[in-house]
Design a protein around this ligand. Structure first.
Ligand code: PXL
Length: 276
């Protein structure tokens, strides 16, 4: 049976991010992605001003009620960028009422980057997001979000400190944590925690990074986990995929705010199909 993910995040018209990423990255891995749109924007917010923003908070309850009445259940729930704090309740409901009991809840606590909150995110969101990550099995914050969630100042972290940050986040509830985007000179690292074990994975990084990379990263991690790949290996493969895309974007001089171009490389994610 094909696995299904309910993916709750925004739909941004431009940016190769959020639902546009999930609805390409998960199917490329053989997984159905059923969208739960939190808001619709004309563009993602990083680097743009004056984007249109249509909040779908009011629509979410009916949307989920209908799925519940149909007895639909999902192998995984994946939450990302939420339009308002009020949507945290719908995200928790999605996890508690629409995920199979042994399914996976991946919460990407999308709130900011480079030490700052994204344009449309409320300063109260980090405190409230803590209650959602308590419902998650896996979380994928970047370093900014990890600092916001733990109430620490954004700064550079040494490997041992970053792994401690991952352990601290695990005390809120999730069994698996990966903190992405720990940059140092020409490298980018991920601090990972998996059921008591920590691991620091360092990779080369492209000269220019792009908004939306975290969404692509989280989508690949989730797909790999659903295909039975271990957590540290899933993180490693997701980081390699993002690096490949970023290098290609660098080569063609892609415009940063337009996001990470990943579509030409989706075939790298596809499972090998047995010939019949
Ligand atoms: O990629 C993260 C993201 C998702 N959705 C929206 C965003 C961003 C990053 O800026 O603005 C709307």
């Amino acid at each position: 049976m094909i696995k299904r993910v309910a993916a709750m995040q925004d739909l941004s018209g431009l940016g190769h991010c959020s639902l546009s990423a999930a609805m390409a990255i998960l199917p490329a891995q053989g997984i159905q992605c059923c969208p739960v749109p939190t808001c619709v924007l004309s563009t993602q917010t990083d680097g743009y001003t004056d984007y249109s923003f249509c909040d779908l908070t009011q629509a979410l309850d009916d949307y989920l009620d209908h799925w519940i009445s149909l007895h639909e259940r999902f192998d995984a729930v994946y939450t990302g960028y939420l339009g308002t704090q009020a949507q945290l309740g719908a995200a928790k409901r999605l996890i508690s009422d629409l995920k199979v009991s042994d399914g996976l809840a991946l919460v990407d606590p999308v709130m900011g980057d480079d030490g700052m909150l994204y344009g449309a995110v409320s300063p109260q969101m980090p405190n409230q997001m803590r209650s959602l990550i308590a419902c998650a099995d896996v979380i994928t914050p970047n370093l900014t979000e990890a600092c916001l969630l733990t109430g620490q100042a954004y700064r550079s972290f040494r490997p041992e400190e970053a792994m401690q940050l991952a352990r601290d986040l695990a005390t809120y509830g999730p069994k698996q944590v990966v903190i992405s985007g720990i940059f140092s000179e020409d490298k980018v690292a991920m601090a990972c925690f998996d059921q008591g074990k920590t691991c620091y994975i360092e990779k080369p990084c492209a000269a220019q990074s792009y908004p939306g990379s975290g969404d692509v990263f989280a989508g690949v991690v989730l797909g790999k986990l659903l295909c039975g790949i271990t957590f540290f290996e899933a993180v490693e493969q997701a980081a390699d995929f993002v690096y490949l895309c970023a290098l290609e974007c660098n080569k063609i001089g892609a415009i940063r705010r337009e996001g990470l171009i990943f579509e030409p490389y989706l075939n790298r994610l596809m499972p090998k199909i047995k010939q019949i």
